[in-house]
Ligand binder design. Structure first.
Ligand SMILES: [Zn+2]
Length: 215
């Protein structure tokens, strides 16, 4: 096979003289977080990389196809899973009275990796953001309320980003659940473990000070 590379194939327009390679670059470029440069590097790697250093294209295609077929969001909590409902929702060892609200399915992973949390989850699938047009009716708050009632939830833990959108969403949830017989808690914010006080940003320091505790 004719292996392109080394920039020799670039024409004056900055594009490859290979429509098929150009198509691959453009496709990869449409993926989130992958700029033209990275897409080009990846495309060349896939097309011209040695068998020792790269993933065979067929394997990649098969893996994408299988994942697309099998991966789904848990119908109960919204986590990414293959068995539906997910293992966290069906496990008898989890505390069913505890629910942790997160923004995206990825946010479940650090909790599960750390392994200290024994409750279940509820994935919102986004955060309220008036600027981006994400309104309350766009997120599954009705389902959240049903879930809280059905499972007789005693504590709701809000684990959302410490951003304006995270704050807005947390306050919305607080108002939504007002008057219910449950404990509503939020993750603490403050100076990270191992972090140096002198290099802590103002907002983090202010939060840490605001939520200081006796010891
Ligand atoms: Zn689940």
């Amino acid at each position: 096979m004719n292996r392109p590379g080394n920039g020799k194939d670039l024409n004056e327009g900055g594009e490859f003289q290979s429509p098929s390679l150009e198509r691959l670059v453009r496709s990869l470029n449409r993926l989130p977080g992958l700029g033209r440069k990275s897409a080009t590097r990846l495309a060349l790697h896939l097309v011209a990389g040695s068998e020792r250093t790269t993933v065979p294209a067929e394997e990649l295609v098969a893996a994408i196809g299988e994942a697309r077929d099998k991966v789904t969001n848990c119908e109960r909590c919204g986590a990414i899973t293959e068995p539906d409902p997910c293992r966290v929702c069906t496990s008898e060892r989890r505390d069913t009275s505890l629910i942790c609200i997160v923004a995206t399915p990825i946010d479940v992973l650090p909790f599960e990796k750390a392994g200290f949390y024994r409750g279940r989850y509820f994935v919102l699938g986004g955060l309220l953001s008036p600027l981006d047009g994400v309104r309350a009716q766009d997120l599954p708050f009705g389902k959240l309320q049903d879930r809280i009632a059905e499972d007789e939830i005693k504590e709701v833990i809000i684990a959302l980003d410490a951003s304006v959108e995270g704050e807005t969403t947390a306050l919305y949830i607080q108002r939504l659940l007002e008057g219910r017989n449950l404990e509503l808690t939020r993750l603490a914010t403050g100076i990270p473990v191992g972090g140096a006080l002198a290099y802590t940003d103002e907002v983090t320091l202010q939060r840490a000070f605001q939520f200081r505790r006796t010891f």
